[in-house]
Design a protein around this ligand. Structure first.
Ligand code: FE2
Length: 449
């Protein structure tokens, strides 16, 4: 059986509808950037809340700067608006820790700049031919910029989580559990599967091309690992037992005296956490978030399991055993909607396990998309046939063993910036991101049949 992937509906749209869809996707990103930056005062916008993060005002003007470079100058062929600030907002020129000392645009200037760039970008979107050039085909550059803005919005949300003070962000609670008991693990049969994509028009270079991989049978957790499960690891002394940790993981745990997920604190009556300024008991049924790769790996070893490889994760998410096809999302080919997954900062926390039965994969694996980014055991590398596009700094310069791949997106990831093929990467020590995990294992002989 030759495996295939689902076609993409964007390719079927008439040019006018494609422009409209693209414009509303860009507008949704901007609404979120504005909400995240209007939530705090000017002093707060220009302050660095953690050495790991930029001041929020840097992210805002950087969003505009990338939009100017790609949409206004490159696609539109227009004159530069602010060539003088290109260098300030080039992420490769200035590490995050140094950004507060740069002569950055102030809040009012940054807001005016991104508005001006956006009005020009909309004008370019109206007029540019959306074909004939790889960068503009199916409005790719506009989709790339919408994803870029949403990725920075997720980063800004992580900055909000690091910020001290009263809560300034508000959102409704996520849905409760909506299913009865289900098996805690799913057996994924061995066999070929088509990984990555060659048809998704807004997929980024590192997701391409589609290629067949043989994935042996494996067992994967039905849900991400919950806080309750993680507490059992803590209470069993998991952070004091070098045997569960890799050498690098143990060195990291020891050097930083790490004893629990980030933002957790042990109190007389149990574990508490701080979430966007709210101090609350750790919820047992919610996926654990703010753990590093090293912590995820140690938990998995303690549980007698391991982390899934990236190919295993994607097969669990996309493989439809009835047709052999690789789906766009676990639930099928439709764009993510509220019933499928906890995405887009619609809620300010992961949802409890079982909250999204409509988002389960054909094999019955739940909450692969949304809630928490899931660490995999794989290093970030190019797929066979990888070509850097539109520039090497997008992904290629990060390929190598220093970065681990995360999959699936979090409650802070927008729908435009996640799909079954989407790949995120970070250092194995990072945990200010909305990172969790699920475990996998090899099947026992009696399970293989
Ligand atoms: Fe960026």
């Amino acid at each position: 059986m030759t495996s295939t992937e689902s076609p993409n509906p964007l390719r079927e749209l008439a040019p006018r509808d494609l422009r409209e869809h693209t414009a509303s996707t860009l507008a949704r990103a901007r609404e979120r950037s504005v909400a995240l930056t209007d939530a705090v005062d000017d002093e707060d916008l220009t302050r660095q809340h953690s050495k790991l993060m930029s001041p929020l005002v840097w992210d805002l003007a950087h969003i505009g700067s990338q939009e100017e470079l790609w949409l206004v100058r490159d696609v539109g062929g227009r004159e530069p608006l602010r060539p003088d600030i290109d260098d300030l907002y080039d992420a490769f020129q200035h590490p995050r820790a140094d950004r507060p000392s740069l002569p950055l645009l102030g809040p009012a200037e940054a807001r005016a700049y991104v508005r001006e760039v956006r009005s020009k970008a909309f004008d370019v979107l109206e007029r540019a031919p959306l074909e004939g050039r790889k960068l503009t085909e199916a409005a790719f550059a506009f989709g790339m910029i919408a994803q870029h803005e949403q990725q920075h919005d997720e980063t800004m949300l992580a900055t909000h989580q690091l910020r001290q003070g009263e809560p300034v962000l508000h959102a409704p609670e996520p849905p409760p559990r909506r299913i009865g008991n289900v098996a805690p693990e799913v057996l994924v049969p061995g066999g070929p599967f088509l990984m990555g994509t060659s048809v998704e028009p807004w997929a980024l270079d590192n997701e391409r091309p589609a290629h067949e991989v043989h994935v042996g049978a494996f067992v994967i957790d039905t849900f991400p690992v919950t806080c309750g499960q993680y507490v059992a690891f803590l209470e069993a002394g998991g952070y004091d037992e070098p045997r569960w940790w890799s050498e690098a993981g143990w060195a990291y745990r020891s050097e930083h005296a790490i004893t629990a997920p980030r933002f957790w604190r042990r109190e007389a009556d149990g574990w508490w956490r701080t979430r966007f300024g709210v101090h609350e008991p750790v919820p047992a049924d919610e996926p654990v978030v703010h753990v590093s790769f090293h912590e995820a790996e140690a938990y998995a070893a303690w549980a007698g399991k391991r982390l899934p490889t990236e190919a295993e994760w994607e097969k669990a998410a996309r493989h439809d055993p009835a047709t052999g096809r690789s789906l766009r999302y676990p639930w099928g080919d439709e764009e993510p909607a509220a019933q499928h997954a906890n995405l887009g900062q619609r809620h300010l926390r992961p949802a409890v396990t079982g909250a999204y039965p409509a988002g389960a994969s054909p094999l019955g694996v739940h909450q692969l998309i949304g809630d928490v980014w899931e660490w995999t055991s794989s290093d970030f590398a190019g797929y066979p046939g990888f070509t850097a596009f539109p520039y090497r700094e997008y992904s290629e310069v990060f390929f190598g063993p220093e970065y681990k791949v995360l999959r699936g997106g979090s409650f802070g990831t927008d729908a435009v910036a996640i799909r079954g093929t989407f790949r995120n990467w970070d250092y194995p020590i990072r945990r200010q991101i909305f990172s969790g995990f699920r475990c996998a294992r090899d099947p026992r002989p009696d399970e293989r049949a």
